[in-house]
Write a protein that binds this ligand. Structure first.
Ligand SMILES: Cc1ncc(COP(=O)(O)O)c(C=O)c1O
Length: 443
């Protein structure tokens, strides 16, 4: 018998949609539909208002349904719906690239457009390998990620990614290694960046000793690990990684898909931590989640290497790109979203409210089942004690309680994750953690 649910005045059939990163059987037995949004709330078909605890999926920091973004998309759809991304261009893609150059750290100057964080990851890895080939060092192919890292779901991204369940169904990928993760037992309940753990960056020296730098193309890390449950880097760790990469001519890639454009309380993770990578990947917040888009921003020297080796001037220098790279609707949405970012000062807003957010989330430290609390900027996570042999069950149960109480919380592995909109008022932040506190007591 097909599974159906009431949605407003109609009934919808749930069978056909194979939902991403979802327990399909559980969802279809217990549907949680979202049919509208308003500011920092979602609306359900039965008229409930749900506080959005993760800005969608870390992507709607400006709040939902921003009129400025909606108008820009509508206007663009009436003016130029699509232009070929290959061999021809449209003005807004160039305008947006310049804007991203100006908003990202000095030195990151050339912008390649993609449609998601996963495409950004694979694009950055391809750029890294091809760059060394252009520079006459084709042996530099090995890619290094980090345990607990998340770089999306495409083959390059899962090869360097460090979340086991995302890899194990898919067999062999690329030649990769992984640095150890930085979630140390010494650092539980640390507020912000832990003081201890910078030495973990030295593992890169060991991998250099093992493989030789002449075989290593790049290291990719998130400035703070997001999807594994908000793991801020130990103080000095990213600086040390940068120094080792410099010493051995290894490209450093920051996956800023969550950290970019406000989440840390700075323009980018690179700005917040004071470490500039050679390549930075963005997505999510670029368009405030309204239209899919990602961007890979590289140092000019990297772009120049491709131009210098490009052959006759009419030849393609980098055989890579997507039909929807720099899509006009995405560019229009991004320009409007970045206008809001600047005019409303989202980085400043987060920096101002981050202390309050930190106090609220650490207020849960003594609640039942809580094994760890971590936070940075407007990002935080709880690690919860597992049921015997069922690490993912308790966060799921807590999140379901929250949903019933009018709060959307992301649950993943043994964690609950929080990433409110930058515009969320303190009263809503307090309300969010009150509900979670009740949920933990009830669990
Ligand atoms: C750091 C990071 N990289 C890549 C991705 C993948 O992005 P997408 O789901 O848009 O492909 C994500 C998504 O959460 C992410 O957090």
């Amino acid at each position: 018998m097909s599974q159906r649910t009431q949605a407003g005045s109609g009934v919808i059939d749930l069978d056909s949609y194979w939902m991403p990163f979802t327990g399909n059987r559980e969802f279809k037995a217990n549907p949680r539909l979202i049919s509208g949004a308003d500011g920092v709330h979602y609306l359900t078909p039965d008229g409930r208002r749900i506080l959005d605890g993760l800005s969608g999926l870390w992507c709607c920091g400006a709040g939902h349904n921003r009129r400025e973004i909606a108008d820009a998309i509508a206007e663009q759809a009436r003016t130029l719906d699509y232009a070929p991304a290959f061999q021809f261009g449209h003005p807004k893609a160039f305008e947006l690239a310049s804007r991203l150059r100006d908003l990202t750290p000095a030195g990151l100057d050339r912008v390649f457009f993609v449609n998601s964080g996963s495409e950004a990851a694979d694009t950055s890895l391809k750029i890294a390998r091809a760059y060394w080939r252009q520079r006459g060092r084709p042996g530099k192919t090995r890619l290094i990620g980090r345990a607990k890292g998340y770089h999306g779901v495409n083959f390059g991204g899962i090869a360097v990614g460090g979340i086991g369940p995302n890899r194990r169904l898919f067999g062999a990928t690329l030649e990769t290694d992984h640095l150890a993760h930085t979630l140390l037992p010494e650092n539980t309940f640390t507020r912000g960046q832990p003081a201890y753990g910078a030495h973990l960056a030295d593992e890169l020296e060991e991998l250099v000793a093992l493989h030789d730098a002449s075989n290593i193309a790049a290291v990719i890390v998130e400035p703070f690990a997001g999807s594994a449950g908000v793991i801020p880097p130990p103080q000095g760790y990213l600086e040390r990684l940068r120094a080792i990469c410099d010493r051995h001519d290894i490209l450093l890639i920051f996956d800023e898909v969550i950290t970019g454009f406000g989440r840390c309380g700075a323009r980018t993770g690179a700005d917040f931590f004071g470490v500039t990578p050679d390549i930075a990947n963005f997505a999510k917040q670029i368009t405030n989640g309204a239209v899919p888009m990602g961007a890979v921003v590289v140092k000019k020297e990297i772009y120049d290497a491709f131009m210098e080796q490009g052959g006759p001037h009419y030849m393609v220098e980098f055989p890579h790109g997507y039909t929807y790279s720099g899509h006009p609707l995405a560019c229009a949405a991004a320009l409007a979203a970045l206008d809001l970012f600047e005019s409303e000062g989202f980085d400043r807003q987060v920096a101002e409210k981050a202390g309050f957010f930190e106090d609220c989330i650490h207020g849960l430290a003594n609640h039942p089942h809580v094994l760890d609390v971590r936070n940075l900027g407007f990002a935080g996570a709880l690690t919860l004690a597992s049921y015997q042999g069922e690490p993912a069950r308790r966060p799921y149960e807590v999140a379901m309680y929250c949903w019933q109480r009018g709060l959307y919380v992301r649950y993943g592995g043994d964690t609950l994750q929080f990433g409110p909109a930058f515009v969320m008022e303190k009263s809503d932040i307090a309300e969010m953690f009150n509900i979670v506190g009740d949920a933990l007591r009830a669990a």
